[in-house]
Design a protein around this ligand. Sequence first.
Ligand code: C5P
Length: 218
Amino acid sequence: MSTIVVAIDGPSGSGKSSTSRGVADRLGLRYLDTGAQFRAITWWLLREGVDIHDPEAVAARVGEAEIESGTDPLAPTITADGEDVSVAIRSEAVNAAVSPVSAVPEVRTRLLQLQREAIGEGGIVVEGRDIGSVVAPDAQVKVYLSADPEARAVRRALEEGGSDVSATQESLLARDRIDSSRTTAPLTMAEGAVHIDTTMFTLDEVIDQVVALVEAVE
Ligand code: C5P
């Protein structure tokens, strides 16, 4: 059993999810989508009627949410209080609320615990914003994916079933601004990370590059 940890960070729409799942599938590794965990907590807080712009209210309630994520790259699952929220966490309401919620330190502390438990002995590809810097600073492979904002918006809009590209670009850039400027665990390129600009590459080409990085250390 491989004990490798592959950390994949980058902004929204940079290709993190498809790349991470593809790499995990090719190498027989598990997969953890930490963005889905932040989205599930956000969904739960919205359902509970918590004011997500009040960090104290968010901090007071976050411990009550029961979030569970599956680690199969071909069928990732995410539940909140036992309810499958894999579709609900992609809504516009969650898109708009997730970055302010993720900036609350108590939210990050709670999820960090779940993330470290999921990583366990390794054998996993983990994607997010702070994986190489905070969650798994000892990861043997660290990758930072980026792409031009327009390319990211087109990809996201296609994933979301053809939503408006310029509105999607605005929503991604708004999230990027909050994610990069927050005090706790901001989006950043971790020390030792390999930067891949995915704008001009196909998904398979990016997967090939990451697989080659993993094979070089194993
Ligand atoms: O990756 P995804 O776009 O689904 O992530 C949604 C949001 O979750 C990000 O915009 C960010 O605010 C938050 N996030 C985070 N740290 C992570 C993963 C996601 O703050 N490791």
